[in-house]
Design a protein. Structure first.
Lengths: 323, 123
């Protein structure tokens, strides 16, 4: 690899990370608007036209907030926990192909890389809960880590069927294998298990038990304030974007769109982003619609329904591929 | 030369790891100059709904979390074994399918046993 290629990689990383961070800022705005309108409210309206500058105001506010570290906290761990979360979330972007020729690292183990980094994200949760030295944070951290590792199994097993059909764990190969039809048509069970587990994995409603405000205040980040809280928030939204991108790539045909009439002139990235935004809208929608699960129901759902379903899906896919 | 293999495909991963670390650390480090810092004991005590904290925060917790962690190790290792099998499935055919079914069957027995023992029940 020459110096030029390394320079190009730096520029690509810079562009991608900037786009994703802007996206994160406006995803928070969209979420408040969407949920507001679903509940017959207007959402943010005061900062800028229709509240469009609200994310910037939020960022400035978080940035200038006082940094409170509880006196009993385990300081180095308390400091490092949100940073781990951000690193795990942002590094996963490396393998996501936005269009056919754009991915920062075209690894042949793309899916494994994403799953490995999402496991690392669990560390930020459990370390934050442990280091805060507060009851709410501790219980929230315990719950969150048990939930995240349980649903990680379901996510991992649901993607096995996709890998069997594509014969590869490379994300570009997986999209190219869907040139005839998207895998959602042949793997509907896996898609269902993946989407539900992704919501639980990113701690979103209705599976936001770790931060159930009615019982645990804010769960594992109760003691975090200001920019440290902002980092957790950023990690959650980036993780949401990544999970939607993986669902798009593995089940909805990635950057491929219908290939006739004017549709063939639409750039690949537009198709990709349309699908990702549709899934993110689904996240907001489900949050506005469903009440929170109880913890025993949540763990039961993961272990008694999703994992057997994903295993059955693997067996059925194997049988169908044999004949 | 033996022993000098450099995984060149992973260099971009290293670059994005560095970028992500910078993005994680920069707001915290730059913020030190800009943020106010006026601590006093009540502000720094852990949140407990407005009353002074009672007892130890890290108390004993349910053994179920340990059981979930152990089951996680078993099933995650199973998933790791499934990945190479899934990727190479087109090339290895019926024989590997039967082998993997035996593997899944053994795990399934363990899973049913754990379920029967109440390891995944939460009351």
């Amino acid at each position: 690899m020459t110096i030029l290629e390394i320079g190009i990689t730096f520029i690509k990383v810079f562009i991608l990370v900037t786009i994703v961070l802007l996206h994160v800022a406006y995803a928070t705005y969209c979420e408040r608007k969407v949920i507001g309108h679903m509940q017959a409210r207007l959402g943010p309206m005061h900062v800028g036209p229709h509240g469009l500058l609200q994310p910037i105001a939020d960022f400035v506010k978080l940035f200038f907030k006082e940094d409170i570290i509880p006196s009993n906290a385990d300081k180095p761990v308390f400091f490092i926990a949100p940073v781990i979360g951000v690193i795990a979330a942002l590094s996963s972007l490396a393998v996501i192909p936005l269009w056919e020729t754009f991915s920062i690292a075209n690894l042949n183990i793309g899916i494994l890389y994403i799953l490995a980094l999402s496991s690392l994200g669990a560390y930020s949760i459990i370390l934050a809960g442990w280091a805060s030295n507060s009851k709410y944070a501790f219980l929230g951290g315990l719950r969150a880590s048990a939930q995240v590792i349980s649903y990680e199994i379901a996510i991992g097993l649901s993607l096995v069927g996709v890998m069997m059909l594509a014969g590869s764990a490379n994300l570009v190969d997986i999209v190219n294998a869907q040139s005839m039809y998207p895998f959602i048509l042949v793997q509907p069970i896996a898609f269902f298990v993946f989407i539900m587990s992704a919501i639980a994995e990113t701690n979103r409603a209705p599976f936001d038990l770790p931060e159930a405000e009615s019982e645990l205040v804010a769960g594992y980040f109760t003691e975090y304030s200001g920019m440290r809280f902002g980092l957790f928030f950023m990690a959650e939204y980036v993780a949401m974007f990544i999970m939607s991108a993986i669902a798009t790539i593995c089940f909805l045909g990635g950057w491929k769109g219908p290939d006739f009439w004017v549709f063939s002139y639409v750039p690949q990235i537009v198709w990709f982003l349309i699908k990702v935004y549709a899934l993110i809208f689904f996240y907001f929608w489900i949050r506005a619609t469903l009440p929170r699960y109880r913890y025993d129901q949540l763990m039961g759902l993961g272990w008694k329904l999703f994992i057997p379903l994903a295993l059955a899906n693997i067996v059925i896919t194997g049988l169908v591929k044999l004949f | 030369m033996p022993g000098t293999y450099i995984p060149i495909n992973y260099l971009p991963v290293l670059i994005i790891l560095i970028a992500a670390t910078l993005i994680g650390l920069a707001p915290l480090l730059i913020g030190i100059i800009l943020r106010p810092r006026r601590p006093y004991p009540a502000k720094l005590s852990p949140y407990e709904s407005g009353i002074p904290p009672v007892g130890e925060p890290r108390e004993r917790f349910s053994v179920k979390f340990y059981i979930i962690a152990m089951l996680f190790v078993v099933f995650d290792v199973e998933a790791v074994f499934l990945y190479p099998w899934a990727v190479a499935y087109d090339k290895i055919g019926l024989y590997s399918f039967i082998e993997m079914m035996i593997f899944i069957y053994i795990l399934l027995v363990g899973y049913i046993y754990a379920w029967g023992k109440g390891a995944i029940e939460w009351e």
